[in-house]
Design a protein around this ligand. Structure first.
Ligand SMILES: Cc1cc2nc3c(=O)[nH]c(=O)nc-3n(C[C@H](O)[C@H](O)[C@H](O)COP(=O)(O)OP(=O)(O)OC[C@H]3O[C@@H](n4cnc5c(N)ncnc54)[C@H](O)[C@@H]3O)c2cc1C
Length: 382
């Protein structure tokens, strides 16, 4: 039997759920269809976020969802040189992502949104002023359709294979996030250690054209550990989609490419996209003017496009560096002044923070070390 909703959302992860919570709060009739049987499962994300960012968009985690607080970020060069950034002022925490999704799902339900788990959306067709959505053998009609299905949907470019394990190991430092750079082992990305408890960490590796499990096993060789869980999930680093709205179809979260191209972190930027999209969807519904949806993309871009472009340029530089370049860069750049500036920056705007802290003299030092077109573009635009 056909049912009527203002919005049907495909995908019940953080973007779809934040959209539903926000749109339902504003009075829209919302249905979320999630293909998995349980919200938040299977969990793939590491949950490293800045509380500042989540507060900014109205969805701070409950205390019980926070697994750990981060005090230091430690960057390792290929030869083992270390740069430590004091992160105590950055409000960075590790979330239990599954529990956080459940928290936002609860908010969406209490605001009146319907959530159907175990329901896969198989098709959506725009017909006049409606969208017909096929899901779980039924057909549902809605005024708008939200694609919150994550990286599997429209953006194929920019996807890197990644492997992640949850491990136990006595070498893990509880409040220290570690990043390991190595252009040969993790080309275009890095390996990471995100502690989420005493001697517990989410560790991962990703890179262009590598077998991430092999890379991660190589990283862990010689580091005593017990694997508690293994996850294979792609990460997205390709930048925002060209268009967030196509007719009555609205992209939010990772399906709109609302992810940081440097670290593939997308929780905050996806929630931001969802909250802004929900606002303009409800304004459009209220005024009966679908054209008002066009305000969503510029509002997200006003907040994030400059930063995302800087991140894309840093990524371009990173992808070109050899291990020798990386060593030279870390030596040239890891000045106490820069490290001090980074420790008082904004975690979600780290590209601007790095470029701002470098200034022109720092960028010229970079250009001396790495003579690439990407570095020249940093000099011109940064
Ligand atoms: C290994 C890994 C580690 C990460 N670590 C971090 C981190 O530490 N910090 C951070 O900020 N970000 C991190 N991210 C990124 C972050 O997880 C994503 O950016 C974020 O989850 C995007 O949310 P989303 O709702 O847009 O998409 P997703 O979380 O990908 O969710 C999409 C949802 O849609 C559902 N779905 C798909 N197709 C259909 C369909 N046809 N019908 C119904 N449902 C469907 C899926 O089951 C899923 O629930 C990580 C990602 C990975 C892979």
């Amino acid at each position: 039997m056909a049912q009527d909703y203002d919005v049907v959302v495909a995908g019940g992860s953080i973007a779809g759920l934040a959209f539903a919570a926000e749109a339902a709060r504003r009075g829209a009739r919302v249905l979320v269809a999630e293909e998995h049987d349980e919200i938040g499962e299977p969990e793939k994300c590491d949950g490293l976020v800045s509380l500042r960012g989540l507060r900014r968009y109205g969805y701070p985690p409950e205390q019980s969802v926070i697994q750990n607080e981060i005090g230091t970020a430690l960057i390792h060069s290929p030869s083992g040189r270390q740069v430590a950034v004091d992160a105590t002022a950055l409000d960075v925490v590790v979330l239990d992502r599954s529990a956080y999704d459940k928290q936002v799902a609860k908010a969406a339900s209490s605001n009146g949104a319907e959530i159907m788990t175990g329901t896969r959306v198989t098709n959506s067709v725009e017909k006049g002023t409606e969208v017909e959505v096929k899901m779980g053998g039924a057909e549902v009609r809605s005024r708008y359709f939200v694609d919150a299905t994550g990286p599997s949907s429209s953006l194929r470019r920019g996807i890197l294979p990644a492997a992640k394990y949850e491990i136990e190991g006595d070498w893990i430092r509880q409040h220290v996030v570690e990043v390991f750079m190595d252009a040969e082992r993790y080309p275009g990305f890095f390996a990471w250690v995100i502690p989420y408890g005493k001697h517990l960490a989410k560790v991962g590796a990703a890179g262009r054209g590598v077998n991430p499990f092999k890379a991660l096993d190589g990283f862990l060789a010689g580091r005593h550990h017990k694997i508690l869980r293994k996850v294979s999930a792609p990460i997205y680093v390709g930048g925002p989609a060209q268009r967030f709205v196509i007719g009555r179809r609205i992209l939010v979260g990772e399906s709109a490419g609302q992810v940081k191209p440097t670290t593939a972190g997308g929780i905050m930027t996806s929630i931001a996209g969802a909250v802004i999209a929900a606002k303009w969807t409800c304004v459009s519904l209220g005024e009966g003017k679908p054209g008002l949806l066009a305000n969503y993309q510029p509002e997200w871009e006003a907040a994030f496009l400059k930063e995302t472009k800087s991140m894309m340029r840093l990524r371009g530089v990173l992808e070109k560096l050899s291990n020798a370049d990386m060593e030279a860069l870390l030596t040239a750049l890891a000045t106490p002044k820069l490290v001090q500036k980074l420790s008082h920056s904004d975690f979600d705007f780290h590209a601007s923070a790095v470029l701002g802290a470098l200034g022109l003299p720092g960028l010229l030092r970079v250009a001396k070390v790495v003579a690439s077109a990407e570095v020249r573009s940093l000099l011109v635009d940064g």
